[in-house]
Write a protein that binds this ligand. Structure first.
Ligand code: IMP
Length: 430
């Protein structure tokens, strides 16, 4: 009976795809618990690169079950596209399961996402325009469409007859020009229901059965703690709960089944979308991180804003998620920099803050206070692979000092160090 959660400690894009794939080795079932196709997970296996937005990264491990939990919002067009692409690359995708309770992103959600962003002015989050927020809004408003509705033509029709005319009025009121056709949406989405129905299960039963057999389940987070609807930089984050608590509510598993919570932390910080970002670097070091780290959104292709590691942020995530270990990613990207900085506290108009503030006004006025470290030499991809083969001892001494500091500062042991995108560029600590 072992549940292990892997989640992001920053603004998403910490490299969770790779870490999840790595941790999936020992798991029998991998389940995503929140978000939708706003996520972008990149997994590199040999020379093959796979990019997912919706499917759990674990789907690449054919012998393991890969589950979309009830906490997700599922765009069936994306689901079928990703399944189709994998089939074209030789995967049967017969290990995929989808919770009957997950919510469905409908065409009007995507339209309303765009309209709301236009109307929100300074409050706009810079969303991925995938309809995520409006779909979660409907879930909470109790007029969402769930996967179970999609596979029942009659129920779907009855719901759409109520919902679509109201959505049309909202679109009109928001100044949109799109026309919704209930019959056409019904036919299209009932068709998707038919195509996905063989994947659909009561996922909570499945996951608990696996756990009760004493097998390992990996709970795969998307986005990151600082994008969470409750604990993120509200209102500039996403619309789902991205914390360890969501691994339970987003899958139908109880707290006693969780053994480990792995926080994925990039060795620096990056952010897509709007909102305050105290350690942002708008200089050549920021450029170095963006270029060397390939910091362009997997989902939207937008250049990511980059900055130094912010331990105020990560300590907050360590507390909220009760992290049992850290997976430090992309530390190789810092190679070649003379000095490396970590923000340990904020200066808010002369007042020192050691805790992450709730107020975006306060956060936007916070100046980072840094600790400085010596950098280390850069290496080629092949050299990093060689270093990984020799393990922790082979890492540059300055990097070890940086890692020791991270452990002490966050109060969480470092369990995994990632020094490149490939599976064999990973070091596990005993
Ligand atoms: P939404 O999730 O599309 O509603 O976007 C809300 C905010 O979360 C925007 O600032 C997005 O850029 C950000 N966001 C959503 N998903 C991700 C992710 O997987 N990585 C990083 N940022 C994300």
């Amino acid at each position: 009976m072992a549940g292990r959660i892997v989640l992001g400690t920053q603004f998403g894009d910490e490299g969770k795809g790779k870490i999840t794939d790595y941790c999936a080795e020992t798991a029998n079932l991998i389940v995503r618990f929140q978000g939708g196709n706003n996520a972008g997970h990149t997994v590199k296996i040999g020379e093959e690169v796979y990019k997912f937005h919706l499917l759990p990264s674990g789907v690449l491990r054919r012998e393991k079950l890969a589950v979309i939990g009830n906490g997700l919002v599922v765009d069936p067009t994306v689901l079928l596209k990703e399944v189709g692409e994998l089939r074209n690359r030789g995967y049967e995708v017969d290990n995929l399961r989808i919770s009957d309770r997950a919510h469905v992103i409908m065409p009007y959600h995507k339209i309303i996402d765009g309209l709301e962003e236009q109307l929100k002015g300074k409050m706009k989050a810079g969303t991925t325009m995938r309809g995520i927020g409006p779909c979660y809004t409907d879930k909470v408003g109790r007029w969402g469409i769930r996967i179970v509705d999609l596979i029942d033509r009659q129920v779907l029709k009855e719901k759409l007859d109520v919902i679509v005319p109201i959505k049309q009025r909202i679109i009109d009121a928001f100044g949109g020009s799109d026309r919704l056709d209930t019959e056409a949406i019904w036919e299209e989405y009932a068709g998707y229901g038919g195509e996905i129905k063989d994947f659909v299960v009561d996922a909570s039963v499945l996951i608990n059965d696996v756990l009760n057999k004493g097998e390992e389940v990996l709970f795969e987070g998307a986005q990151g703690t600082h994008l969470c609807i409750d604990f993120g930089i509200y209102p500039f984050g996403t619309s789902s709960d991205c914390t360890a608590g969501a691994a339970l509510t987003g899958t139908g598993v109880g707290i006693g089944k969780i053994q480990d919570v792995v926080g994925v932390m990039k060795a620096y910080t990056s952010r897509v979308g709007t909102g305050p970002f105290p350690t942002e670097l708008e200089d050549e070091i920021g450029e170095h991180l963006r270029d060397k780290g390939g910091e362009y959104g997997t989902t939207t292709g937008r250049p990511r804003r980059c900055g130094w590691l912010d331990s105020v942020m990560v300590r907050y995530s360590a507390r909220i998620n009760a992290l049992t270990s850290l997976a430090v990613t992309k530390i190789d990207v810092l190679g070649g920099l003379d000095k490396i900085k970590v923000c340990t506290e904020y200066d808010f108009n002369g007042q020192i803050l050691t805790e992450f503030p709730a107020s975006m006004k306060v956060l936007s006025e916070c100046k980072p206070r840094y600790k400085e470290f010596d950098g280390w030499e850069d290496h080629t991809d092949e050299e990093w692979t060689g270093i990984a083969r020799h393990g922790y001892e082979a890492l540059p001494e300055e990097m070890k000092t940086y890692l020791d500091f991270i452990e002490e500062e966050m109060g969480v042991p470092v369990g995994i160090i990632s020094i490149g995108p490939a599976r064999d560029q990973t070091i596990t600590m005993d």
